[in-house]
Design a protein around this ligand. Structure first.
Ligand code: SAH
Ligand code: SF4
Length: 362
């Protein structure tokens, strides 16, 4: 069987090559070719000995998942649908901004956690993505978008906020993160790589020890009664434990704050009282809030909060000296906004149309 080199982080690649009798510096050369140059053809890797190039051509490959579809939004957002095996597809979203290019990466096909407002959760859990399928999303996007005038890849920031719960695919997520961070591969700063979690407390502690990167925590409710309903994993890791895990995380984190994500659901979690309760909940955990106006999907039970409710909510947090931003909806004309990723191959056209009809009143 062929070894996909995208499945191997630097130590694993070094071991793999050692098994072929090769020295560690070969791993460094290969990483440079694959990630810094974006090369997938061994025969083009000219500073690698011919015999090794030929051996690799026979027993290894650099393979990203098949791209089933590319969609471009009016605002420049792009979304790719990737084939990850029979009946399974995941989505990757590129969000261009003036001073950075952000890639939103998926970690699982589907998600087991079934948050009540999330389209990915509604499809259930299919499987974990491999390292190659995770890092392959970044490899593909860079390959597709190319380098800028300064010779840097288009993607400067990565957020693990696509489909799935990254911390429930811990080992593969961490290997992929290491490839993003390692100077021999992409060399992204830890501050520019963000893992978003619904609050898997033991895995947050492991990540802090093993591969600290910027952390976003999907909070969505200020008390356990409401969070138990919106984010059912809260029944296992309730808010008190989650807040303590956030404080612990910050002891090692590359950033000195946690980003709390909070989806704004009309009449559910968006009152001024909820905002005051949130301020009490976070207490002295250094944090910023990112309010995400709910993005609807077919048959979703919620409505997006009204702009005046969002403004009042934000005001309460800001008065408590918590920096709060409202996430601008990007790419919703191609169903690429937060929580709209479903990865379904079949009903895309219908879904996009349904969303466009739903634009009225937003
Ligand atoms: N599983 C991880 C990462 C993927 S979800 C997590 O839950 O954090 C990325 C973000 O999108 C999360 O904050 C999630 O709560 C939010 N989200 C999910 N569905 C949404 C929707 N319909 N509208 C707006 N945001 C949503
Ligand atoms: Fe899974 Fe995150 Fe969606 Fe919850 S919000 S179902 S954890 S992907």
């Amino acid at each position: 069987m062929q070894q996909n080199l995208l499945d191997l982080d630097a130590p694993a690649l070094t071991d793999y090559l050692a098994g072929m009798g090769e020295k560690p510096f070969r791993a460094k050369q290969l990483l440079r070719w694959i990630y810094q140059t974006g090369e997938s053809d061994f025969s083009a890797m000219t500073d690698i000995a011919l015999a090794l190039r030929e051996k690799l051509s026979q027993c290894a490959s650099v393979s990203v998942p098949e791209i089933l579809r590319e969609e471009c939004s009016e605002d420049g957002t792009r979304k790719w649908l990737l084939n990850v095996g029979p009946g399974n597809a995941v989505e990757t979203v590129y969000i261009p901004e003036e001073s950075r290019g952000t890639l939103c990466i998926s970690s699982q096909a589907g998600c087991a956690l079934d948050c009540s407002f999330c389209s990915t959760g509604k499809q259930g859990f299919n499987r974990n993505l491999s390292v190659a399928e995770i890092i392959g999303q970044l490899w593909w996007a860079n390959h597709r978008l190319g380098k800028n005038d300064e010779g840097n890849w288009a993607i400067s920031n990565v957020v693990m906020m696509g489909m799935g719960e990254p911390l429930l695919n811990y080992a593969n997520t961490v290997s992929a993160l290491r490839l993003m961070l390692d100077d021999r591969s992409y060399g992204l700063s830890r501050r520019r790589v963000t893992v978003s979690t619904s609050g898997i407390v033991p895995a947050m502690d492991r990540l802090r020890e093993e591969c600290p990167v910027a952390l976003a925590v999907s909070l969505h409710a200020p008390n356990d009664a409401l969070r138990d309903v919106l984010v059912p994993i809260n029944q296992k890791y309730p808010l008190k434990e989650l807040m303590q895990a956030c404080s612990r995380y910050l002891e090692h984190a590359p950033r000195d704050f946690i980003t709390f994500e909070y989806v704004m659901l009309d009449g559910v979690n968006d009152s001024v009282q909820h905002a005051h309760e949130l301020v009490r909940l976070v207490g002295d955990v250094p944090c910023k809030f990112n309010l995400i106006p709910f993005n609807p999907f077919p048959n979703s039970p919620y409505r997006r909060s009204r702009p005046d409710a969002i403004a009042r909510f934000k005001e309460v947090l800001m008065r408590a000296d918590i920096i709060t931003t409202t996430r601008r909806t990007r790419g919703d004309d191609i169903a690429a906004a937060c929580g709209q990723l479903a990865g379904k191959v079949l009903d895309k056209t219908r879904r996009t149309r349904a969303l466009q009809n739903d634009e009225v009143g937003r």
